[in-house]
Design a protein. Structure first.
Length: 365
Protein backbone atom coordinates (compact mmCIF):
# COMPACT_ATOMS: atom_id res chain seq x y z
CA UNK A 1 0.00 0.00 0.00
CA UNK A 2 0.93 3.65 0.29
CA UNK A 3 2.94 3.24 3.47
CA UNK A 4 5.61 1.06 1.91
CA UNK A 5 6.26 3.75 -0.71
CA UNK A 6 6.86 6.42 1.91
CA UNK A 7 9.83 4.32 3.07
CA UNK A 8 11.25 4.43 -0.47
CA UNK A 9 10.92 8.20 -0.53
CA UNK A 10 12.81 8.42 2.78
CA UNK A 11 15.32 5.80 1.58
CA UNK A 12 16.03 7.78 -1.62
CA UNK A 13 16.49 10.95 0.43
CA UNK A 14 19.01 9.29 2.77
CA UNK A 15 20.97 7.55 -0.03
CA UNK A 16 21.25 10.81 -1.94
CA UNK A 17 22.16 12.78 1.20
CA UNK A 18 25.02 10.34 1.90
CA UNK A 19 26.06 10.40 -1.76
CA UNK A 20 26.20 14.21 -1.69
CA UNK A 21 28.07 14.25 1.61
CA UNK A 22 30.69 11.91 0.10
CA UNK A 23 30.90 13.51 -3.38
CA UNK A 24 31.01 17.20 -2.48
CA UNK A 25 34.25 17.09 -0.41
CA UNK A 26 35.80 15.08 -3.28
CA UNK A 27 34.71 17.81 -5.73
CA UNK A 28 36.14 20.52 -3.44
CA UNK A 29 39.50 18.68 -3.40
CA UNK A 30 39.40 18.26 -7.19
CA UNK A 31 38.68 21.98 -7.67
CA UNK A 32 41.55 22.98 -5.40
CA UNK A 33 43.96 20.61 -7.12
CA UNK A 34 43.05 21.87 -10.59
CA UNK A 35 42.50 25.48 -9.47
CA UNK A 36 38.87 25.58 -10.64
CA UNK A 37 37.53 28.55 -8.73
CA UNK A 38 34.71 31.01 -8.93
CA UNK A 39 36.90 34.11 -8.91
CA UNK A 40 35.65 37.16 -7.04
CA UNK A 41 34.74 40.16 -9.20
CA UNK A 42 32.90 43.45 -8.74
CA UNK A 43 29.45 41.89 -9.08
CA UNK A 44 29.98 38.81 -6.95
CA UNK A 45 29.43 38.89 -3.23
CA UNK A 46 32.29 36.73 -2.02
CA UNK A 47 35.90 37.79 -1.76
CA UNK A 48 37.82 34.53 -1.65
CA UNK A 49 38.35 31.91 -4.34
CA UNK A 50 35.64 29.29 -3.94
CA UNK A 51 35.20 26.04 -5.93
CA UNK A 52 32.10 26.22 -8.10
CA UNK A 53 31.43 22.66 -9.25
CA UNK A 54 29.07 21.59 -6.46
CA UNK A 55 26.25 21.05 -8.94
CA UNK A 56 28.17 18.19 -10.55
CA UNK A 57 27.01 16.04 -7.61
CA UNK A 58 23.29 16.75 -8.13
CA UNK A 59 22.34 14.56 -11.06
CA UNK A 60 24.49 11.48 -10.23
CA UNK A 61 23.27 11.48 -6.61
CA UNK A 62 19.65 11.87 -7.63
CA UNK A 63 19.81 9.08 -10.22
CA UNK A 64 21.88 6.82 -7.93
CA UNK A 65 19.26 7.19 -5.17
CA UNK A 66 16.47 6.58 -7.69
CA UNK A 67 18.07 3.40 -9.08
CA UNK A 68 18.91 2.09 -5.59
CA UNK A 69 15.30 2.65 -4.51
CA UNK A 70 13.98 0.85 -7.58
CA UNK A 71 16.35 -2.09 -7.02
CA UNK A 72 15.36 -2.42 -3.37
CA UNK A 73 11.70 -2.02 -4.29
CA UNK A 74 11.77 -4.73 -6.97
CA UNK A 75 13.66 -6.99 -4.53
CA UNK A 76 11.08 -6.46 -1.78
CA UNK A 77 8.14 -6.94 -4.13
CA UNK A 78 9.81 -9.99 -5.68
CA UNK A 79 10.94 -9.02 -9.17
CA UNK A 80 8.47 -6.24 -9.81
CA UNK A 81 8.70 -4.98 -13.36
CA UNK A 82 9.91 -1.43 -13.43
CA UNK A 83 8.57 0.22 -16.54
CA UNK A 84 10.11 3.49 -17.64
CA UNK A 85 7.78 5.46 -19.86
CA UNK A 86 8.61 7.58 -22.88
CA UNK A 87 8.41 10.83 -20.88
CA UNK A 88 10.85 9.57 -18.29
CA UNK A 89 13.32 8.58 -21.04
CA UNK A 90 12.93 11.94 -22.74
CA UNK A 91 13.34 13.72 -19.41
CA UNK A 92 16.57 11.81 -18.75
CA UNK A 93 17.94 12.71 -22.21
CA UNK A 94 16.97 16.39 -21.72
CA UNK A 95 18.43 16.61 -18.23
CA UNK A 96 21.69 15.03 -19.42
CA UNK A 97 22.00 17.66 -22.18
CA UNK A 98 21.41 20.46 -19.66
CA UNK A 99 23.74 18.91 -17.08
CA UNK A 100 26.55 18.37 -19.62
CA UNK A 101 26.27 21.95 -20.87
CA UNK A 102 26.39 23.20 -17.27
CA UNK A 103 29.46 21.09 -16.45
CA UNK A 104 31.29 22.22 -19.62
CA UNK A 105 30.35 25.81 -18.85
CA UNK A 106 31.75 25.52 -15.30
CA UNK A 107 34.96 23.92 -16.56
CA UNK A 108 35.82 26.00 -19.63
CA UNK A 109 33.01 28.53 -20.03
CA UNK A 110 30.34 28.62 -22.76
CA UNK A 111 28.66 31.61 -24.34
CA UNK A 112 25.07 32.46 -23.43
CA UNK A 113 23.95 31.56 -26.98
CA UNK A 114 25.19 27.96 -26.65
CA UNK A 115 23.49 27.58 -23.26
CA UNK A 116 20.25 29.05 -24.57
CA UNK A 117 20.33 26.73 -27.59
CA UNK A 118 20.88 23.67 -25.36
CA UNK A 119 18.05 24.76 -23.05
CA UNK A 120 15.67 25.22 -25.98
CA UNK A 121 16.61 21.89 -27.53
CA UNK A 122 16.17 20.05 -24.22
CA UNK A 123 12.83 21.78 -23.63
CA UNK A 124 11.60 20.97 -27.15
CA UNK A 125 11.99 17.24 -26.53
CA UNK A 126 9.19 17.28 -23.94
CA UNK A 127 6.28 18.54 -26.11
CA UNK A 128 7.58 16.36 -28.95
CA UNK A 129 7.13 13.36 -26.65
CA UNK A 130 3.62 14.53 -25.75
CA UNK A 131 4.32 16.31 -22.46
CA UNK A 132 3.08 19.90 -22.60
CA UNK A 133 0.91 22.44 -20.79
CA UNK A 134 -2.55 21.61 -22.11
CA UNK A 135 -4.78 23.41 -19.63
CA UNK A 136 -4.67 26.81 -17.91
CA UNK A 137 -7.39 25.81 -15.40
CA UNK A 138 -9.33 29.03 -15.91
CA UNK A 139 -6.40 31.45 -15.73
CA UNK A 140 -7.56 34.57 -17.70
CA UNK A 141 -10.66 32.49 -18.49
CA UNK A 142 -8.64 29.93 -20.48
CA UNK A 143 -9.07 26.19 -19.95
CA UNK A 144 -8.02 23.71 -22.66
CA UNK A 145 -4.94 24.71 -24.65
CA UNK A 146 -4.31 23.20 -28.12
CA UNK A 147 -0.93 21.61 -28.85
CA UNK A 148 0.26 24.35 -31.23
CA UNK A 149 -0.05 26.89 -28.37
CA UNK A 150 0.78 24.54 -25.49
CA UNK A 151 4.03 23.27 -27.06
CA UNK A 152 5.75 26.66 -27.54
CA UNK A 153 4.35 27.76 -24.16
CA UNK A 154 5.95 24.69 -22.55
CA UNK A 155 9.33 25.40 -24.17
CA UNK A 156 9.11 29.01 -23.00
CA UNK A 157 8.18 27.99 -19.43
CA UNK A 158 11.03 25.45 -19.22
CA UNK A 159 13.70 27.83 -20.52
CA UNK A 160 12.29 30.63 -18.38
CA UNK A 161 12.29 28.68 -15.09
CA UNK A 162 15.75 27.27 -15.89
CA UNK A 163 17.17 30.79 -16.29
CA UNK A 164 15.26 32.14 -13.28
CA UNK A 165 16.95 29.60 -10.98
CA UNK A 166 20.30 30.28 -12.65
CA UNK A 167 19.92 34.05 -12.14
CA UNK A 168 18.81 33.94 -8.51
CA UNK A 169 21.87 31.86 -7.57
CA UNK A 170 23.55 34.95 -6.12
CA UNK A 171 23.96 34.44 -2.39
CA UNK A 172 24.75 31.40 -0.27
CA UNK A 173 21.87 28.97 -0.03
CA UNK A 174 19.44 30.97 -2.15
CA UNK A 175 18.96 28.90 -5.33
CA UNK A 176 19.34 25.71 -3.28
CA UNK A 177 16.97 26.86 -0.55
CA UNK A 178 14.28 28.01 -2.98
CA UNK A 179 14.67 24.73 -4.88
CA UNK A 180 14.22 22.70 -1.67
CA UNK A 181 11.01 24.59 -0.79
CA UNK A 182 9.74 24.04 -4.33
CA UNK A 183 10.75 20.36 -4.40
CA UNK A 184 9.12 19.70 -1.02
CA UNK A 185 5.91 21.19 -2.45
CA UNK A 186 6.10 19.02 -5.57
CA UNK A 187 6.96 16.00 -3.40
CA UNK A 188 3.79 16.58 -1.40
CA UNK A 189 1.76 17.02 -4.62
CA UNK A 190 3.06 13.87 -6.32
CA UNK A 191 2.80 11.75 -3.13
CA UNK A 192 -0.79 12.91 -2.69
CA UNK A 193 -1.53 11.72 -6.25
CA UNK A 194 0.29 8.43 -5.66
CA UNK A 195 2.85 9.14 -8.40
CA UNK A 196 5.67 7.35 -6.60
CA UNK A 197 8.39 7.23 -9.27
CA UNK A 198 8.54 11.03 -9.33
CA UNK A 199 8.24 11.25 -5.55
CA UNK A 200 11.35 9.06 -5.21
CA UNK A 201 13.19 11.13 -7.84
CA UNK A 202 12.31 14.39 -6.06
CA UNK A 203 13.33 12.97 -2.66
CA UNK A 204 16.68 12.03 -4.21
CA UNK A 205 17.24 15.58 -5.41
CA UNK A 206 16.26 17.04 -2.01
CA UNK A 207 18.80 14.69 -0.37
CA UNK A 208 21.83 15.85 -2.37
CA UNK A 209 20.67 19.48 -2.12
CA UNK A 210 20.56 19.19 1.67
CA UNK A 211 24.18 17.99 1.67
CA UNK A 212 25.15 20.77 -0.76
CA UNK A 213 23.41 23.46 1.33
CA UNK A 214 25.37 22.38 4.39
CA UNK A 215 28.66 23.07 2.58
CA UNK A 216 27.34 26.14 0.75
CA UNK A 217 25.75 27.96 3.69
CA UNK A 218 27.83 26.80 6.65
CA UNK A 219 31.07 25.78 4.93
CA UNK A 220 34.08 27.83 5.94
CA UNK A 221 36.18 28.96 2.94
CA UNK A 222 39.28 29.03 5.14
CA UNK A 223 38.98 25.34 6.05
CA UNK A 224 38.24 24.37 2.42
CA UNK A 225 34.66 23.33 3.13
CA UNK A 226 32.78 25.84 1.01
CA UNK A 227 31.45 25.33 -2.52
CA UNK A 228 29.07 26.91 -5.04
CA UNK A 229 26.72 24.94 -7.27
CA UNK A 230 27.82 26.62 -10.51
CA UNK A 231 25.82 26.40 -13.73
CA UNK A 232 25.93 22.60 -13.66
CA UNK A 233 23.86 22.91 -10.49
CA UNK A 234 21.54 25.81 -11.18
CA UNK A 235 20.74 24.75 -14.76
CA UNK A 236 20.03 21.15 -13.69
CA UNK A 237 17.86 22.31 -10.78
CA UNK A 238 15.98 24.81 -12.91
CA UNK A 239 15.27 22.22 -15.58
CA UNK A 240 14.04 19.62 -13.07
CA UNK A 241 11.75 22.25 -11.49
CA UNK A 242 10.47 23.31 -14.92
CA UNK A 243 9.83 19.69 -15.82
CA UNK A 244 7.93 19.08 -12.56
CA UNK A 245 5.92 22.24 -13.20
CA UNK A 246 4.82 21.01 -16.64
CA UNK A 247 4.34 17.43 -15.45
CA UNK A 248 2.12 18.41 -12.54
CA UNK A 249 0.23 21.15 -14.40
CA UNK A 250 -0.59 18.93 -17.40
CA UNK A 251 -4.13 17.60 -17.29
CA UNK A 252 -3.65 13.91 -18.07
CA UNK A 253 -6.28 11.54 -16.75
CA UNK A 254 -4.04 8.52 -17.47
CA UNK A 255 -1.53 9.72 -14.88
CA UNK A 256 -3.49 11.72 -12.33
CA UNK A 257 -7.08 12.67 -11.67
CA UNK A 258 -8.00 16.18 -12.81
CA UNK A 259 -7.15 18.67 -10.10
CA UNK A 260 -8.37 22.22 -10.49
CA UNK A 261 -5.47 23.52 -8.39
CA UNK A 262 -2.56 21.84 -10.17
CA UNK A 263 -1.43 24.84 -12.25
CA UNK A 264 -1.83 27.17 -9.27
CA UNK A 265 0.29 24.92 -7.03
CA UNK A 266 3.02 24.49 -9.66
CA UNK A 267 3.21 28.22 -10.26
CA UNK A 268 3.09 29.13 -6.56
CA UNK A 269 6.10 26.94 -5.79
CA UNK A 270 8.26 29.02 -8.17
CA UNK A 271 6.93 32.54 -7.63
CA UNK A 272 9.96 34.29 -6.13
CA UNK A 273 12.63 33.33 -8.69
CA UNK A 274 10.19 33.76 -11.59
CA UNK A 275 8.79 37.13 -10.50
CA UNK A 276 12.25 38.48 -9.78
CA UNK A 277 13.38 37.87 -13.38
CA UNK A 278 10.45 39.89 -14.72
CA UNK A 279 11.11 42.73 -12.27
CA UNK A 280 14.83 42.83 -13.16
CA UNK A 281 14.10 42.75 -16.91
CA UNK A 282 11.54 45.55 -16.60
CA UNK A 283 13.93 47.71 -14.60
CA UNK A 284 16.65 47.13 -17.24
CA UNK A 285 14.20 48.08 -19.99
CA UNK A 286 13.25 51.22 -18.08
CA UNK A 287 16.90 52.24 -17.70
CA UNK A 288 17.75 51.32 -21.29
CA UNK A 289 20.20 48.59 -20.18
CA UNK A 290 20.82 45.36 -22.12
CA UNK A 291 18.23 42.80 -20.96
CA UNK A 292 20.66 39.97 -20.27
CA UNK A 293 23.55 41.93 -18.82
CA UNK A 294 24.52 40.78 -15.34
CA UNK A 295 24.03 43.48 -12.72
CA UNK A 296 23.13 44.02 -9.09
CA UNK A 297 19.38 44.44 -9.44
CA UNK A 298 18.22 41.09 -8.08
CA UNK A 299 16.13 40.76 -4.95
CA UNK A 300 19.10 39.51 -2.89
CA UNK A 301 21.19 42.52 -3.94
CA UNK A 302 18.36 44.80 -2.81
CA UNK A 303 18.11 43.13 0.60
CA UNK A 304 21.87 43.45 1.08
CA UNK A 305 21.61 47.14 0.22
CA UNK A 306 18.98 47.42 2.97
CA UNK A 307 21.78 46.44 5.33
CA UNK A 308 20.89 42.77 5.85
CA UNK A 309 23.61 40.14 6.14
CA UNK A 310 23.71 37.36 3.52
CA UNK A 311 22.12 34.86 5.90
CA UNK A 312 19.34 37.29 6.87
CA UNK A 313 18.68 38.12 3.22
CA UNK A 314 18.47 34.37 2.56
CA UNK A 315 15.97 33.80 5.38
CA UNK A 316 13.88 36.79 4.20
CA UNK A 317 13.59 35.53 0.61
CA UNK A 318 12.85 31.95 1.68
CA UNK A 319 10.27 33.37 4.09
CA UNK A 320 8.67 35.34 1.25
CA UNK A 321 8.42 32.17 -0.87
CA UNK A 322 6.87 30.15 1.98
CA UNK A 323 4.41 33.00 2.65
CA UNK A 324 3.29 32.88 -0.98
CA UNK A 325 2.59 29.15 -0.71
CA UNK A 326 0.51 29.62 2.46
CA UNK A 327 -1.28 32.67 1.04
CA UNK A 328 -2.19 31.07 -2.32
CA UNK A 329 -3.35 27.78 -0.82
CA UNK A 330 -5.51 29.79 1.57
CA UNK A 331 -6.94 32.06 -1.17
CA UNK A 332 -7.64 29.16 -3.55
CA UNK A 333 -10.90 28.32 -1.80
CA UNK A 334 -12.06 31.93 -2.13
CA UNK A 335 -11.21 33.24 -5.58
CA UNK A 336 -10.17 32.33 -9.10
CA UNK A 337 -6.56 31.74 -10.13
CA UNK A 338 -6.56 35.00 -12.17
CA UNK A 339 -7.29 37.10 -9.08
CA UNK A 340 -4.77 35.16 -7.02
CA UNK A 341 -2.01 35.85 -9.58
CA UNK A 342 -2.97 39.54 -9.62
CA UNK A 343 -2.74 39.65 -5.82
CA UNK A 344 0.61 37.81 -5.92
CA UNK A 345 1.98 40.47 -8.27
CA UNK A 346 0.67 43.25 -6.02
CA UNK A 347 2.32 41.68 -2.96
CA UNK A 348 5.62 41.39 -4.84
CA UNK A 349 5.44 45.02 -5.97
CA UNK A 350 4.60 46.15 -2.44
CA UNK A 351 7.50 44.13 -1.03
CA UNK A 352 9.87 45.84 -3.49
CA UNK A 353 8.44 49.30 -2.83
CA UNK A 354 9.11 48.80 0.90
CA UNK A 355 12.67 47.65 0.09
CA UNK A 356 13.21 50.74 -2.10
CA UNK A 357 12.13 53.02 0.76
CA UNK A 358 14.50 51.27 3.19
CA UNK A 359 17.37 51.44 0.68
CA UNK A 360 16.73 55.17 0.10
CA UNK A 361 16.86 55.76 3.87
CA UNK A 362 19.99 53.65 4.27
CA UNK A 363 21.73 55.56 1.47
CA UNK A 364 20.72 58.97 2.88
CA UNK A 365 22.46 58.08 6.13
Amino acid sequence: GMNIYIYYVIFAFIISLISGAVLIPVIIKFCRKHKLYDLPDTRKLHNTMIPRLGGIAFLPSMLFAFIMSLLVLSHVLGGMEVTIGLWSCVFIVSIFIIYSVGVIDDLIGLGPKVKFLAQTLSALLLPLSGLYINNLYGFLGIWDVPFYIGAPLTVFVLVYIDNAINLIDGIDGLAGGLAVISLLGFLFCFMREGVWAYSVLIAGLIGVLTAYLYFNVFGNPESNRKIFMGDSGSLTLGFVLGFLFVKFAMDNSRVMTYRSDSLLLSYTLLIVPCFDVVRVMLSRLRDGQPLFKADKRHIHHKLLRCGLSQHRALVTILGLQVSYVIMNVFMYSMMSITYIVALDILVFMLFNVILNVIIKRAELK
